[in-house]
Every structure is written in C-alpha cells, then in structure tokens.
Design a protein around this ligand. Sequence first.
Ligand code: NAG
Ligand code: NAG
Ligand code: NAG
Ligand code: NAG
Ligand code: NAG
Length: 395
Amino acid sequence: MDMLKAVESKNFAHFESEALLEDGDLEIDSRGREVPRQRNVFKRLCRVCTGAIVVLVIIGYIPLLHYVALKQETVQFSWNVNQSRNVSSYIMPQKNTAIIPNGNLCKTALPYILVIVPSAVSEIDARLAIRDTWGSAFKNSSYNGHNLVLAFIVGRPLNSSLESRIIAENNAFNDIIQEDFIDTYENLTLKSVMLLKWADTYCKGAEFVLKIDDDVYLDLDNLLNLLNMYGKKRLIGGSLFCNAAPIRSQSSKWYCPKHIFPGSVYPPYVSGTTYVMSGDIIHSLYETALSTPLVHLEDVFLTGIVAQKLNIFPVHFSLINHGKVELRACEYKKHVTVHDVQPSEMRFIWSESRLPAVSCATPDFKKMKVTGCNKGVSKLTKLKAIKKHRSAIRK
Ligand SMILES: *[C@@H]1O[C@H](CO)[C@@H](O)[C@H](O)[C@H]1NC(C)=O
Ligand SMILES: *[C@@H]1O[C@H](CO)[C@@H](O)[C@H](O)[C@H]1NC(C)=O
Ligand SMILES: *[C@@H]1O[C@H](CO)[C@@H](O)[C@H](O)[C@H]1NC(C)=O
Ligand SMILES: *[C@@H]1O[C@H](CO)[C@@H](O)[C@H](O)[C@H]1NC(C)=O
Ligand SMILES: *[C@@H]1O[C@H](CO)[C@@H](O)[C@H](O)[C@H]1NC(C)=O
C-alpha cells in the first residue's frame, strides 16, 4: 500500500516538473536575451483552430464525464456515513456468537502459538492446501516440544447453500470457527475482532497468537526461531508501514473516506497478511477494539489505531514478507512467511522443500532487522529492550 503511494507521488512529481518546463513563451535572441517568442500568422491560426477543437471536444465530453462520475458514485462503499461503526453492536461481547465454536481446541494444553487463519467460506481449496502443507505439523500434539493449535475463522456465508458445506468441512477436520456476522471482504475488521473474541474466550493464556491469511505460506521452524529470539510481551510484529497515508480514491481496494479516518497519516501498523501478537495483549486489544469506531481496513484498525490507544508499538520483522517471492523451496526457506501463494504453489513448495536432496541455508536471525516506526523511541533502544527481554527469558 505504501508502495502504491510512492508510485503515485512519483507520478505527481513528474507531472509537476513537466508543467514547469512547458512554458515556452520566451526565446533567446541572437544577442542572448530573452524575448517574447515570434509567431507567424499561420502558427496563430493553427493555435486558434486547435483551441476551438479542444473546447468542442471538452463540451462534448462533459455529459460523458458526468455519467462516469455518477457511475463511480453508484459503486456502493458499504461503510457509508449512515452505517453504524459501533464495533460492540456487531460483536455482541455479552453473547456467545459462535455458530461453530470448536471451544475444545485449546482444552488439552494451552498452545505456545495459536494460529488463526481468516478465510472466506468459499475458499475450500486454500484451507485444504494449508492442512496438507505447513498446517500438517499442527496435527501432531507437539512440534519440537511446542504445543501448537491451528484453526480457520469464517463468518456466515451470504449464500446459505454454502452453510452445509462448511459444516461438513468442520465435521471432517474439526478446525473451523464460525462466527455470527456476514462474511464479506468489507467485513474483514469484524472477522479480526471475532478472532480476538474467540482467542479471549476459548484460548486465554496462549503465548502467541498468529493471524495469517489463507494465501500465505508459513515456515514453522523459522517462526519458532523468530519468536524464540524476538518474542516479548506487548508484541505486535509483522511487515510494518510507517506514515502511510489513507487512499481517498474510490477505485482503490484500500479506499478510506474522511468520515472513516479524517487524519492524513495512519498510525504505524503492520500488514494484515500476517501478524503475530503476544498472548498478554489479546484481552486488551479485544476490549479496546469494542469501543473504537470501526475502520474497515482491519490491519490499520487493530494493529494501528487500537494498538496506539494501548501504547503498543508494532515492530517490523523483515522476514515476514507481504510480497511474492520466486517459486523455489530455498527462496521460501529464507522467510518466515511469504504472501500471495496459490494453493497449487503451496503444495509445490511444500513437496519440494521436503525432498531429501534439498537443503537450504536458513536465515541468520541474529542479523534480522527488528525496527519500529521511531516515534519518540530510537530503533536502538527498541532493539536493546528486546535483547534484554530475550536474555531475561533465557535465565
Ligand atoms: C444518510 O442519511 C441521510 C438522512 O437520512 C440521507 O439524506 C442520506 O442520503 C444518507 N446517505 C447515504 C450515503 O445513504
Ligand atoms: C454501541 O452498541 C452497544 C451495544 O449495542 C451499546 O451498549 C453502546 O452504548 C453503543 N455505543 C455507542 C458509542 O453508541
Ligand atoms: C508428526 O509426527 C509424526 C510421528 O511422530 C512424524 O512422523 C511427522 O513427521 C510429524 N509431522 C510433522 C509435520 O512434523
Ligand atoms: C449459491 O450457491 C450454489 C452452490 O454453490 C449455487 O448453485 C447458487 O447459484 C448460489 N446462489 C446464489 C444466489 O448465488
Ligand atoms: C457486515 O456484517 C454485519 C453483521 O452481520 C451485517 O449486518 C452487514 O450487512 C455486513 N456488511 C457487509 C458489507 O457485508
């Protein structure tokens, strides 16, 4: 998203400099002085003609432009000014809203990492691919001595014929949480807050909670190493955006009108594709989210606005990648997560990485960059604090 902004502002700069250079009303005469440009009659006539044509074209286009503008306005942005943004009224904290609760997932033992994958009801292939690949390690009761839990979270499908399919899928795998809200892209913030509600209700005490999208590949060994070295209390870690500006263009996927967020920059936040939270902040994130007016961009809302209210500063884990990488096992082995991975690609990488002949260099976690957005706290201080915490854990 910030990349997009950068490209846009580059284009603007380009336009501006062109506009400055375009002024051609002066020319240099034989003595080197600037004088008004000489024009012959023919050139002038030409100018008048071109001008007339331009005016005619513009007049002709006005109704069309108007029509296009109208058409854009009719593309409904669902969080319009009249839509309630009272998070509490959607989440209903007093009520057990789970349609499929799977409340036993953390009963046998509290997990070191609770992984919850927000998923659309229809994304059956993506869920199957995760279960068959990186998610398969979660079926074992423990992995390298760590207890792990994996679940998917969905809402209510708009098309009720999908409901029986999600019930059947859960009967087969027992790993689906279904909450009571309409499952649409526009409602992703509700999904993330429901994720916190579930974690706070059924899995209190998990050391870490990882929110990871269903098109993200996870290297579990790297995640465990990352948390072992940089895990701490009051942690929100991921791919960090600093000083990102709201996009006011309605055609953007990340459109955010002023009535939702009037400011000119978002608080620091991490990409929603993957973020890890320490278990100690789940309850306060949840409670604070309930009383914060909803922003439909879930990552901006939870890891930015809500976290800021709690004085939690999200940090950048350079190995949590929100972009795509080359489809080779050893490229994936360099990261904790890789985004934008199709189910078939997930299977391909998984099977390739498990061939006995493939041995990849693993990342040097000591050299990994962990930085904040630098608001008042220097990067160095942050790193020191993290290192201190690490040695405290080791003791
Ligand atoms: C919001 O409500 C007001 C008053 O009921 C109405 O005039 C306006 O058209 C509504 N706006 C939208 C975007 O629905
Ligand atoms: C939000 O909704 C809840 C429950 O419906 C209600 O108790 C609360 O007063 C509302 N908050 C605001 C600010 O309107
Ligand atoms: C799960 O445990 C079995 C038996 O101990 C083991 O063979 C398998 O490799 C484990 N799976 C993963 C993904 O670690
Ligand atoms: C609902 O889903 C079913 C099965 O996937 C499909 O046949 C039907 O056309 C869908 N209905 C609507 C209104 O989209
Ligand atoms: C979001 O979910 C709420 C609660 O289920 C529902 O009332 C609303 O229509 C949904 N909005 C969209 C845009 O899907």
